[in-house]
Design a protein around this ligand. Structure first.
Ligand SMILES: NC(=O)c1ccc[n+]([C@@H]2O[C@H](COP(=O)([O-])OP(=O)(O)OC[C@H]3O[C@@H](n4cnc5c(N)ncnc54)[C@H](OP(=O)(O)O)[C@@H]3O)[C@@H](O)[C@H]2O)c1
Length: 437
């Protein structure tokens, strides 16, 4: 049997401790599958005394992950620290430069430095595997990088943040407000004490930027993503969406268009009957549309110790099975040096259907004025409905419009016009409608 693969794990938190535990519990099965033993020979974290719920005394302890990255006592450096700078970046770079394979779950690091790190890995002829960085346990990287060779991707989109999907699912099921569900999600540990990163779309954007590069062979451009979070989604939107046959999801979407590539993260209305609309709670899903395959949808657990460990261990097993001296496939599907510059499509030219919810003064002429603004901007309407607002706000009406395909620029101009006309009593709500099968 080949020599054992020696793994060094940096970061022993939720994911790191789970990886160590599964490697121990499944050691015999992994040896059968990989044809060699996989052993945890080194570990690093901040607090050596902390109980990790697993005996790691056989592994050499490193206070400094940089030192562990450079030691000749490991073959694979597994980075599970997190963060786009600091120890995570420095130690991954050092491990690659020292000719060690690297496995990481760190989307923030890859979104910012992925291409530069890929160049080092490819120059050194080592693997940089990152399955767990996008959609946790779902094997989307492997699917896009390996199983879809030869396919040209037209669009990739998905539910990439479990916290947002959990909140939207409960808002719809229980009829309660965003704030109430968020507080509960924080109490249950589904949302961070500072939830901004998740609910405003940053986490989804990091993951989307990696998928975009794999899909279109472009350099990662995480700062060029149009982003709107879910904090302004109300019960009125969720109810109106349901009445119209839609469900609201926070999607990350990357799409090839005539003017470039659209990368956008925003609340989206998807048809209630579509497959992606059935993805509830913390579950993630990624849909990929290609010329040869058609549409593929992968769904499953997007976070959590065990699910994420499953992806990390798959990456380690690939390294265990790889042959010495074998030229590895490129990190982002194409050689890092050949990744094309990312050509951004302007959001103004985005084409699609729109849901627009307006709260207006209940007076004569308002409905006609709204319809005129739409017509003036060449927006054709699929439906326009008005409802009385009951209770204290009886002098107001809600007007809900659904447009046929139009452009972002036209919708913004029409809504600005309606706002200037002085008929609105509240901020207008605009939600894009996404085509989904
Ligand atoms: N949690 C998930 O469900 C999930 C899912 C997908 C991807 N990820 C990614 O996986 C990575 C790890 O996430 P996590 O949830 O496991 O984080 P975590 O629970 O906060 O664990 C982080 C670990 O890193 C260690 N650490 C921090 N700074 C260090 C340093 N300077 N030197 C050495 N060790 C250091 C910590 O040590 P101490 O324990 O001693 O403080 C801790 O063990 C992140 O990149 C995250 O984005 C997580």
């Amino acid at each position: 049997m080949a020599e054992a693969l020696r793994v060094g794990i940096a970061g022993l938190g939720t994911v790191g401790a789970s990886v160590a535990r599964v490697l121990r519990d499944k050691a015999a099965e992994l040896t059968r599958q990989c044809g060699r033993d996989i052993i945890v020979s080194a570990v690093s974290a901040r607090d050596r005394k902390r109980d990790r719920g697993i005996d790691l005394s056989a592994a050499k302890w490193f206070d400094d992950p940089m030192e562990m990255a450079q030691t000749g006592e490991i073959d694979v450096f597994v980075e599970l620290i997190g963060g786009d700078e600091g120890s995570a970046r420095a130690s991954v770079k050092a491990a690659l430069e020292a000719g060690r394979h690297v496995v990481t779950a760190n989307k923030a690091l890859l979104a910012k430095h992925g291409v530069a790190l890929a160049e080092i890995a490819e120059k050194k002829g080592v693997l940089l595997n990152y399955e767990a960085a996008v959609a946790g346990g779902i094997p989307v990287i492997k699917t896009m990088r390996e199983a879809m060779a030869g396919n040209s991707v037209n669009r990739v989109f998905g539910i990439l943040n479990g916290t947002c999907n959990y909140i939207l699912t409960r808002m719809e099921a229980e009829g309660v407000s965003f704030d109430v569900v968020l507080k509960d999600a924080q109490r249950l540990g589904y949302a961070e004490a500072d939830p901004t990163f998740d609910i405003e779309g940053h986490d989804t954007a990091h993951k989307l930027s990696i998928l975009t590069s794999l899909a279109f062979g472009t350099k990662i451009a995480a700062n060029d993503i149009y982003m709107e979070g879910i904090s302004n989604i109300t019960q009125a939107d969720i109810r109106a969406a349901g009445d119209l046959g839609y469900r609201i999801k926070l999607l990350g979407v990357a799409q090839r268009t005539e003017s470039g590539i659209e990368q956008r993260v925003h609340p989206t209305m998807v048809p209630t009957a579509s497959v992606i609309a059935q993805v509830h709670g913390v579950t993630n899903a990624v849909a990929i549309e290609t010329d040869i395959l058609g549409e593929l949808l992968l769904s499953g657990p997007g976070a959590g110790g065990n699910a994420t460990a499953s992806a990390v261990i798959g990456d380690i097993a690939d390294i265990a099975k790889s042959r010495p001296g074998f030229q590895h496939g490129p990190v982002f599907g194409r050689p890092a040096k050949e990744l094309k510059a990312y050509k951004k499509a302007q959001m103004r030219s985005h084409a699609g259907g729109y849901f627009i919810r307006l709260t207006v003064h209940d007076r004569i002429g308002v409905f006609a004025a709204i319809a005129k603004r739409m017509a003036d901007n060449d927006i054709s309407l699929e439906s326009i409905v008005q409802h009385a607002v009951s209770g204290e706000a009886a002098a107001q009406k809600t007007v809900i419009l659904v447009t046929h395909e139009t452009t972002e620029a036209a919708v913004r101009k029409a809504v600005d016009g309606i706002t200037k006309d002085g008929h609105l009593t509240d901020k207008p709500q605009v939600i894009r409608i996404e085509r989904a099968g």
